[in-house]
Design a binder for this molecule. Structure first.
Ligand SMILES: Cc1cc2nc3c(=O)[nH]c(=O)nc-3n(C[C@H](O)[C@H](O)[C@H](O)COP(=O)(O)O)c2cc1C
Length: 219
């Protein structure tokens, strides 16, 4: 096989973005209200996993890593998600709370880019969400020592099955202290709408002492 054949040339894959436009007069004053509006439109568009986003964190060595997550609440203050506080991302955030999150709704040709600071939500709020989850998910959160190495799949399934069988204790299952929510409070939010000829709309909200300032960026 020649070097040429080993390469994967993807240059012929080309999508034109022409569904929508985004103008200054269409924007809400508050970027969180704008984010709620775009989320509502993503849900109404019937796309798969509209709440999925990519979360990037930076570790103690300054090395970034990204993973897909699900947002569970978009409040006036920020974006809320749940995870294991002792996972790699939890350790990263404990050392450096500056994170970046990114939603990509291809069916709407939209991207929402956010930079913000992650902080733990209250224990009561984490309890409330944990208790609302299906039993299987609650047990899953308890048995998964997320991001730690495990010997094999079997041991994970065995830990799950053992808790599942122990029906007498199901009503006493409590949120473990190592699992809970974070709220990402943004200081930068960019609403990106794909447009023809790669001349996309990019409208940015930046948090300034006097409030949110809106700017348009070149695509
Ligand atoms: C669609 C999708 C949704 C996910 N949602 C979550 C989530 O809400 N919370 C979570 O901890 N992990 C979620 N994950 C798993 C993460 O991507 C990741 O594998 C895990 O959190 C471990 O990341 P870490 O080792 O960097 O901490 C999701 C993965 C996918 C593909």
């Amino acid at each position: 096989m020649s070097n040429r054949e080993k390469k994967m040339n993807l240059s012929s894959i080309r999508v034109e973005y022409d569904l929508h436009e985004l103008n200054e007069d269409m924007l809400e004053k508050d970027p969180m209200v704008q984010a709620q509006k775009w989320m509502k439109e993503a849900i109404e568009a019937g796309i798969q996993e509209p709440t999925a986003f990519t979360l990037s964190t930076v570790n103690a060595l300054g090395r970034p890593s990204s993973r897909v997550m699900l947002v569970k609440d978009i409040t006036d203050e920020g974006f809320c998600f749940f995870t294991n506080y002792e996972s790699n991302k939890g350790i990263d955030i404990a050392g450096n709370p500056y994170v970046s999150i990114n939603f990509f709704w291809i069916e709407l040709q939209r991207q929402l880019r956010v930079q913000g600071v992650a902080e733990k939500i209250s224990e009561a709020e984490s309890d409330e969400y944990f208790n609302s989850r299906p039993l299987g998910s609650r047990i899953g959160a308890i048995v998964s020592k997320q991001s730690r190495e495990i010997p094999d799949r079997k041991s994970l399934d065995a830990a799950y099955e053992s808790m599942m069988k122990d029906t007498a204790h199901h009503e006493h299952i409590k949120r473990p202290s190592y699992w809970g929510g974070y709220l990402v409070k943004p200081y930068y939010m960019e609403f990106w709408q794909g447009r023809p000829n790669r001349l996309h709309d990019r409208l940015v909200y930046e948090k300034q002492p006097q409030g949110w300032v809106i700017k348009r960026l070149s695509p």
